[in-house]
Design a binder for this molecule. Structure first.
Ligand SMILES: *[C@@H]1O[C@H](CO)[C@@H](O)[C@H](O)[C@H]1NC(C)=O
Ligand SMILES: *[C@@H]1O[C@H](CO)[C@@H](O)[C@H](O)[C@H]1NC(C)=O
Ligand SMILES: *[C@@H]1O[C@H](CO)[C@@H](O)[C@H](O)[C@H]1NC(C)=O
Ligand SMILES: *[C@@H]1O[C@H](CO)[C@@H](O)[C@H](O)[C@H]1NC(C)=O
Ligand SMILES: *[C@@H]1O[C@H](CO)[C@@H](O)[C@H](O)[C@H]1NC(C)=O
Ligand SMILES: *[C@@H]1O[C@H](CO)[C@@H](O)[C@H](O)[C@H]1NC(C)=O
Ligand SMILES: *[C@@H]1O[C@H](CO)[C@@H](O)[C@H](O)[C@H]1NC(C)=O
Ligand SMILES: *[C@@H]1O[C@H](CO)[C@@H](O)[C@H](O)[C@H]1NC(C)=O
Ligand SMILES: *[C@@H]1O[C@H](CO)[C@@H](O)[C@H](O)[C@H]1NC(C)=O
Ligand SMILES: *[C@@H]1O[C@H](CO)[C@@H](O)[C@H](O)[C@H]1NC(C)=O
Ligand SMILES: *[C@@H]1O[C@H](CO)[C@@H](O)[C@H](O)[C@H]1NC(C)=O
Ligand SMILES: *[C@@H]1O[C@H](CO)[C@@H](O)[C@H](O)[C@H]1NC(C)=O
Length: 554
């Protein structure tokens, strides 16, 4: 796919000139050289101290050396620096990996700069390796314990080049809720930390664009903008207190000369190639997902029957009457979505048992299913410290129990939970909502290098095993990136709840990210008629057709 890369990258630090594979007649794109980003200091935290190459606490031991190898993206050359904290001899290797394209790439190290000659699709990978590991490394949760690459926030140097803009995805709904954009320079602000740290796009008016994102350790990777200096660094989240020997973390930069859209799409293709979430894999799972291929009835926030039943009826009767009405009107609903109203919650609204309460479905979901004969999409949220599944609470499964929330820590739990819902409820899609709250308020997920990935992979492989699909809702960018390793995740919500936000249908910018990651963007519930007498929101829908069009095209 990327056979004819025509791009070159010049990377430089406080070291003497080292040149390899320099190929300077690169400028075939006609757009010329653009100097957008200047390298900042390398850094890491150890023994309770943040150490950097600019503060003098880290020195560069080896100027550079080159090694070659092959990975999922092809043959490459790594150009590596070794930085060291002399008193303790703690080291970090900082490497830039370029792929052999023979007529295209350049690594040119001369001064403190990353230079990119824009042409068609190309990428480099920045790697941090910690040969002997780190100890006592935790900083603040939103900060990082390592920084490479890092960039100075300066206005780009080329005088006639025009301004460079940026767009960063941040916070929940796959980074939709706190998208940030502006002009690159010392006053630019980014959304880093646990909640932010989404893919970052730089672009100019000519259509040149660069996408930066983590390439592995997605759940533990953060970006941080220093308070005291205009520097942006990528690394491991600040809550992690140690890294094992031989630890490796990667960040990718992808560039295109064609548009922001092409850059995001091309970046997504590379990401999906690395994790085998190819178009075929995506198509296969999305085509099997009835909630993506067919019409269904939703009861999510904004829907008429969200925490709302027909007068004098329970939820079971209400759903059966909704179905009867649809049949009478020849509306071919193929599934029904049950939202958070069906299960019991604790005092912080965390789920205790993922099953229907008696007042909702008096005879249980299997009985309801026996009458509905319609597959279900069922919602779930963050786990209660009082969850009945945890061994600590008399249940059968391993859970981490924190101050606010808990988290299942074994795959067998998911095999049980999802298998049971598939067999007895007719579940087809597991909707994991409130992913942001689960991550931000579960200590394990803020401090453990691997627990976030383990949790989502266990959920995902259990879903795959039971031929279920997953929707991520209120996902942070890091959850979206993690889904690259989880083929059962077919879709993600990309805007706020319906009727919380009037322009909730404006999903264009974030849909692009979803699509790049191989996820169908979900717009959520909408009303198909303007006035819904007796609705609990005291609202009307001025543009039902617009909602239909966006939901259909998504
Ligand atoms: C850019 O690269 C892509 C992928 O290799 C290719 O499909 C496309 O034709 C190229 N476009 C141009 C203008 O070279
Ligand atoms: C330093 O670089 C040289 C090549 O220039 C390489 O052979 C050597 O292994 C490097 N030193 C270390 C400690 O990695
Ligand atoms: C990688 O290089 C080897 C020779 O070292 C070559 O045989 C192989 O085809 C190359 N692979 C790719 C994907 O370019
Ligand atoms: C660091 O390495 C130097 C040179 O090899 C050695 O003299 C020194 O004792 C080492 N320091 C520690 C704390 O291991
Ligand atoms: C491609 O580039 C690599 C790295 O410089 C080189 O070793 C290899 O021989 C080249 N392959 C071809 C076919 O030119
Ligand atoms: C992008 O680069 C390709 C190949 O290098 C070139 O053919 C094309 O004209 C460039 N497109 C733009 C818009 O500069
Ligand atoms: C940054 O903000 C300061 C204070 O508002 C302003 O004086 C300065 O011109 C700004 N710098 C740039 C490059 O926009
Ligand atoms: C981390 O950042 C988020 C906003 O992104 C903020 O709400 C939270 O309080 C911060 N956490 C700490 C410990 O500073
Ligand atoms: C992707 O598939 C290839 C070939 O089947 C396999 O070697 C590789 O390990 C897979 N990579 C991942 C990340 O699963
Ligand atoms: C992808 O699917 C197409 C058509 O279904 C098939 O021809 C092709 O071999 C598949 N590619 C891979 C890599 O599985
Ligand atoms: C968990 O259960 C205990 C004992 O019943 C109760 O005191 C506590 O409030 C519950 N926690 C939450 C968050 O509801
Ligand atoms: C991180 O969590 C995993 C469970 O996912 C656990 O096995 C491991 O011991 C934890 N690591 C640390 C350093 O607590």
């Amino acid at each position: 796919m990327y056979k004819h890369l025509v791009c070159c990258v010049l990377i430089a630090f406080h070291v003497t000139l080292v040149t390899s594979q320099c190929y300077l007649s690169i400028n075939t794109g006609g757009s010329g050289e653009v100097l957008w980003l200047t390298s900042g200091p390398f850094g890491f935290s150890s023994s309770g101290q943040w150490r950097t190459t600019d503060g003098g606490t880290l020195s560069i031991k080896n100027e550079t050396y080159a090694t070659s190898g092959a990975d999922a993206l092809g043959n490459f050359t790594d150009t590596t620096w070794i930085v060291i904290h002399e008193p303790s001899n703690t080291t970090m290797e900082a490497a830039i990996r370029t792929y052999w394209t023979n007529d295209s790439f350049v690594v040119f190290i001369q001064e403190v700069a990353i230079r990119t000659y824009w042409a068609n699709d190309s990428y480099v990978v920045f790697i941090q390796r910690i040969p002997k590991g780190l100890q006592n490394s935790a900083t603040q949760p939103n900060q990082t314990i390592s920084a490479f690459p890092s960039f100075l926030l300066e206005s780009p140097e080329v005088p006639d080049r025009g301004e460079v803009g940026y767009l960063q995805y941040g916070s929940f709904m796959l980074g939709d809720m706190a998208k940030k954009s502006g002009i690159l320079g010392p006053n630019a602000t980014f959304h880093g930390g646990l909640d932010g740290s989404g893919p970052l796009v730089f672009f100019d008016r000519k259509g040149n664009a660069l996408v930066l994102s983590p390439l592995n350790n997605f759940m533990a990777a953060s970006m941080w903008q220093e308070d005291h200096a205009p520097v942006l660094g990528w690394g491991i989240m600040g809550g992690v207190d140690s890294l094992p020997a031989g630890f490796e973390h990667k960040t990718i930069a992808f560039c295109s000369n064609q548009s922001i859209g092409h850059a995001v799409e091309g970046w997504g293709q590379v990401m999906r190639q690395v994790y085998n979430k190819t178009q075929n894999v995506t198509d296969y799972h999305q085509n099997q997902d009835l909630s993506l291929t067919h019409l269904g009835y939703w009861t999510d926030n904004g829907a008429y029957y969200y925490y709302n039943k027909l007068p004098g009826k329970n939820y079971e009767d209400t759903l059966l009457l909704i179905q009867k009405n649809a049949n009478d009107q020849n509306i071919p609903y193929r599934y029904i979505q049950l939202d958070s109203w069906f299960y019991p919650k604790d005092s912080v609204q965390a789920v205790t048992t993922w099953d229907a309460t008696e007042n909702v479905f008096p005879k249980g979901i299997p009985e309801l299913q026996g009458r509905l004969h319609l597959p279900l999409v069922a919602h779930n949220r963050y786990w209660s410290v009082n969850t009945t599944y945890a061994k600590q609470r008399g249940g059968h499964f391993d859970f981490f129990i924190g101050h606010n929330l808990s988290l299942p820590t074994s795959e067998i739990f998911w095999q049980y939970l999802l298998g049971h819902a598939k067999e007895e409820w007719g579940l087809i899609v597991y909707e994991q909502d409130w992913l942001n709250v689960q991550l931000l308020f579960t200590e394990l997920l803020n401090t453990n290098l691997t627990a976030g990935r383990d949790w989502l992979l266990q959920m995902g492989s259990s879903a795959l095993n039971h031929h279920l699909k997953i929707q991520y809702c209120m996902a942070l960018p890091r959850h979206g990136l993690q889904s690259l390793e989880i083929p059962a995740v077919t879709q993600a919500r990309v805007s706020n709840d319906y009727h919380l936000q009037d322009d909730q249908w404006r999903i264009g910018v974030t849909s692009h990210l979803a699509n790049a990651l191989g996820l169908a963007p979900s717009k959520d519930t909408f009303w198909t008629t303007g006035d819904q007498p007796g609705n609990t929101y005291d609202k009307s829908e001025p543009y039902p057709s617009l909602q239909v069009v966006v939901a259909t095209l998504e």
